[in-house]
Design a protein around this ligand. Sequence first.
Ligand code: ITT
Length: 202
Amino acid sequence: MGSDSVNILFASGNTHKVSEASNFLKQFGFNVSQLLIGGKPPDLIEPQAELLEEIVQSKISQARELVSGTKMEEYPIMVEDSGLFIDHLAGFPGPYSSFVETKIGLDGILRLMEGVSNREAHYRASLGVYISGSMIFSEGTCRGKISNKAAGNNGFGYDPIFIPHELNGRTCGQLTPDEKSLISHRGKALKEVSKLLNLPSK
Ligand code: ITT
């Protein structure tokens, strides 16, 4: 880990999320790496809560217990919970996005949206960082719509079927990582966190 940057451990099993955070926070003097216990991301229990913040809070507590008494104890811990919320489906898949992606996939969502004219949706990320005995929370939202068909191989998850309003008609799957971070829910939440943290290097 870099000597003059701030090291953060990201407790997530999703390496896409970790690398998006790591790439984005580099510019603010953070060095983000995945929290590994015995070489593996720990299996944190995800409460089936309606509020993303509750999930974040619970996972931070679990991660803190795991690093307690180890040399990782001194590092800030980051947890992020996110999801895709589709208006026509009353916010589904929302907090269940990861599970739904595995079970019915993007094709399943496109089928549920067949013939639907209201295609409005948003991504939302809730981020928590435990640092020096305090908790910092931030949120980010990215509004857009569900495409009629999948396009692009970049990003992950629902990116090939999500067209952000802030860019001209391309799906997130067609954006470069930098383009996505500028407008994404995760990019916005991370930017907010970088402001809230008091960085020695800034
Ligand atoms: P961890 O809980 O271990 O961090 P996870 O992938 O299970 O990893 P979440 O429970 O927060 O994380 O679920 C987020 C899901 O929402 C993710 O798996 C995708 O299906 C979707 N998602 C979130 N952000 C996304 C993004 O930027 N692009 C595409 N899909 C996204």
